[in-house]
Design a protein around this ligand. Sequence first.
Ligand code: SAM
Length: 149
Amino acid sequence: MTTDPGDLVLDPTCGSGTTAFVAEKWGRRWITCDTSRVAITLAKQRLMTASFDYYALRYPHEGLRGGFDYETVPHITLKSIANNPDIDTIHVEEHPKIAAALADLNAALTAVPPQSLTPTQGVRKGKPVDFRQGRDTIRMGGAFRLPRC
Ligand SMILES: C[S@@+](CC[C@H](N)C(=O)[O-])C[C@H]1O[C@@H](n2cnc3c(N)ncnc32)[C@H](O)[C@@H]1O
């Protein structure tokens, strides 16, 4: 996730070789080692018997230094979400659809409430939960209030 094709990845605790496997798969160079001969044997077997796609060199006359031809995708970070200039437009367009879907869902749940149940574990263990009391709805933001028992 934090490297680009051609970068060198080191995993000093090879284990079954997942880091090396994924590095190879995604065009990174890699070094790995382990204190366990079992781990090294497993990883070697895994890597030597796997089949991998290959990358074309971007500038063949430059060799590896010229990099690979590869697809790029935008990195989505919290910063890019927070600074997304389209967020207000998206909200204006999408919010009413979500609100309508939630209203439909709550109406359906009110019309045919789920049967009451008694949790067998957790903080509500042994306390009946009755959804038919109607106080509780699914609300925007993903919060689901359980009925007071
Ligand atoms: C959970 S696996 C590693 C998983 C691997 N790094 C991965 O990302 O898939 C832990 C490995 O660390 C190795 N190990 C433990 N102590 C070590 C050490 N001091 N030097 C190198 N390898 C070590 C163990 O032999 C074991 O194979």
